[in-house]
Ligand binder design. Structure first.
Ligand SMILES: Nc1ncnc2c1ncn2[C@@H]1O[C@H](COP(=O)(O)OP(=O)(O)OP(=O)(O)O)[C@@H](O)[C@H]1O
Ligand SMILES: [Mg+2]
Length: 242
């Protein structure tokens, strides 16, 4: 279980990006983190993996408070897919990028190969196996960045805009894959249709604060609430005049 208790995060320029944020995520839950540009979604995800420090407050993972000393252990448990896939891919080819994490943890090459083949098959990207990671299209980079984290099988998965850049078919494959994963997931996204389909619970951030929290259907069908947070109803719930 992930528990966040009144955390404050300030950037070095004095920008208070998270202000008294508290939330809890039960094991196995899929939680959507939504909010307008600049609301603090990426800041929250980066704070959870220790890339940003909290000024005050507490973060507990499986009842253990996260601090500088146990950050290493934490990184084995939490995987993050960054908003920008270029932050995730740094090897010269796709296979080596996906194998990087498991190799670092001393996994055998045969086991790594099997795991990678399975994930690439499920994501429909086997043809990219020997491609240069830096020359992939935006969507290809995104899906390979996701594969580099899935291969590690962390207990907690944090996604920052996982469906951005993806074509409809690849987005669908990703959604089906995410539905089949039993680990706890926190998904920051502007893709409210995806959130509606995948998430048990939605948290809306606004100006670094928790603005609303509740069951997915209650939050994502509340047009007035969404408008106040700088959002709109999911497309599938909007009336379209053709
Ligand atoms: N390195 C930084 N230094 C100073 N301020 C920052 C930094 N990174 C982000 N911010 C600010 O912190 C606030 C939250 O940014 P964040 O990237 O967390 O928003 P977000 O909800 O992820 O937005 P988006 O939907 O555009 O990805 C914004 O006001 C942003 O300008
Ligand atoms: Mg962001």
């Amino acid at each position: 279980m992930l528990q966040i208790d009144r955390i404050n995060v300030k950037y070095s320029d004095g920008n208070q990006a998270l202000d008294q944020v508290s939330l809890s995520i039960e094991d196995g839950q899929t939680v959507g983190l939504v909010g307008a540009n600049g609301a603090g979604k990426s800041t929250l995800l980066m704070t959870l993996v220790g890339l940003l420090s909290i000024e005050t407050g507490h973060i507990l993972l499986d009842s253990i408070e996260i601090n500088k000393k146990n950050l290493g252990q934490l990184r084995e448990k939490i995987g993050i897919v960054f908003q920008n896939p270029d932050d995730q891919l740094f090897m010269s080819n796709v296979y080596d990028d996906i194998a990087f994490g498991p190799r670092n943890y001393g996994k055998g090459e045969t086991q790594i190969k099997e795991k990678i083949s399975d994930i690439m098959h499920r994501l429909g990207v086997e043809h990219l196996r020997d491609h240069n990671s830096h020359k992939l299209s935006g969507g290809e980079k995104r899906i390979i960045a996701i594969a580099t984290i899935l291969v590690m099988e962390p207990s907690y998965l944090l996604f920052d805009e996982p469906s951005s850049f993806l074509d409809p078919k690849t987005r669908r494959k990703l959604m089906e894959l995410l539905k089949g994963l039993t680990m706890t997931k926190l998904i920051a996204t502007h893709d409210l249709d995806m959130a509606l389909e995948l998430c048990d619970k939605i948290i809306i951030l606004k100006d670094g604060k928790i603005f609303a929290e509740g069951k997915t259907k209650d939050i994502l069908t509340n047009e007035a609430l969404l408008l106040e947070a700088g959002l709109e109803l999911p497309f599938c719930l909007q009336r379209v005049n053709l």
